[in-house]
Design a binder for this molecule. Structure first.
Ligand SMILES: *[C@@H]1O[C@H](CO)[C@@H](O)[C@H](O)[C@H]1NC(C)=O
Ligand SMILES: *[C@@H]1O[C@H](CO)[C@@H](O)[C@H](O)[C@H]1NC(C)=O
Length: 233
């Protein structure tokens, strides 16, 4: 996933990527079919601890790179998870959770698999909130989340921005006590969180993870915390 550069430019939000530095918090990346071939041994050697990998979009798209990325990262002992790009305009949350689950988005308690993430954000080609009211959007997300939880025992991680969440859910606090937050903000700090969450679990702080592929993320904790997050303990 990647917030549209044009959109960020429009808002004057483009900032320099934070300089690469050694961080105590585990570093991660998120990738999609934009990075079809990845040398995971190099990524691991570069100090990356976790990766979120795009599996699906709506009910019409599965990433052709998903399987190799999901397996390749796992084989290098990189904690991996799958994500789904929501199309709340085209079918119910339950339908899309089931599609995600049927195409690699599941979870297992092996300690190296993160719960699936729902990427819910700016519509890349249409009304920002996909034509849904704030109440309908909250219901859609609940439907996705509850369906995923019923099948996996884990609540999905929610990837979003504070701006989108405020516009499109009315800054709903309904998920803060159940769903881990993965916040996107390309700046030197995570900034204001959506209502209810007192901390983010993941922060996507840049759309450039160079020298690694994809976007750059940080886990808000230490390595043991990341392992607990994966395990669900
Ligand atoms: C895999 O990573 C975990 C967490 O960093 C570490 O504790 C473990 O020793 C690693 N296992 C191998 C085989 O490298
Ligand atoms: C829903 O939105 C997605 C993303 O913009 C778009 O690709 C798709 O065509 C839309 N589907 C419908 C049924 O409007």
């Amino acid at each position: 996933m990647q917030l549209s550069f044009a959109f960020l430019t429009l808002l004057g939000l483009v900032v320099a990527s934070p300089t690469v530095e050694k961080r105590a918090q585990p570093a991660g990346i998120d990738v999609s079919n934009f990075q079809p071939t990845i040398n995971w041994a190099t990524v691991k050697a570069n100090g990356i601890s976790f990766a979120y990998i795009k599996a699906t979009e709506g009910t019409t798209y599965t990433s052709p790179s998903f399987s190799s990325q999901y397996t390749g990262s796992y084989n290098q002992n990189i904690t991996r998870g799958a994500y789904h790009f929501a199309h709340p305009n085209s079918s119910s949350g339950a339908t899309q959770a089931n599609y995600f689950l049927a195409h690699g988005g599941g979870w297992s308690a092996d300690g190296r698999t993160l719960p699936g993430a729902l990427d819910i954000e700016y519509n890349p080609s249409g009304a920002t909130c996909y034509g849904l009211s704030q109440a309908a959007m909250v219901s859609w997300i609940k439907d996705f989340s509850n369906t995923y939880q019923a099948k996996t025992t884990r609540f999905p991680v929610i990837y979003t921005t504070t701006d989108w969440w405020t516009q499109c859910t009315g800054n709903s606090a309904a998920f803060a006590s159940t769903n881990p937050l993965w916040l996107a903000r390309y700046a030197s700090s995570v900034g204001t969180l959506p209502a209810g969450w007192s901390y983010e679990t993941f922060w996507q702080h840049s759309d450039n993870a160079s020298p690694n592929p994809g976007d750059a993320d940080i886990f808000n904790g230490d390595a043991a915390g990341l392992a607990r997050m994966a395990k669900g303990s």
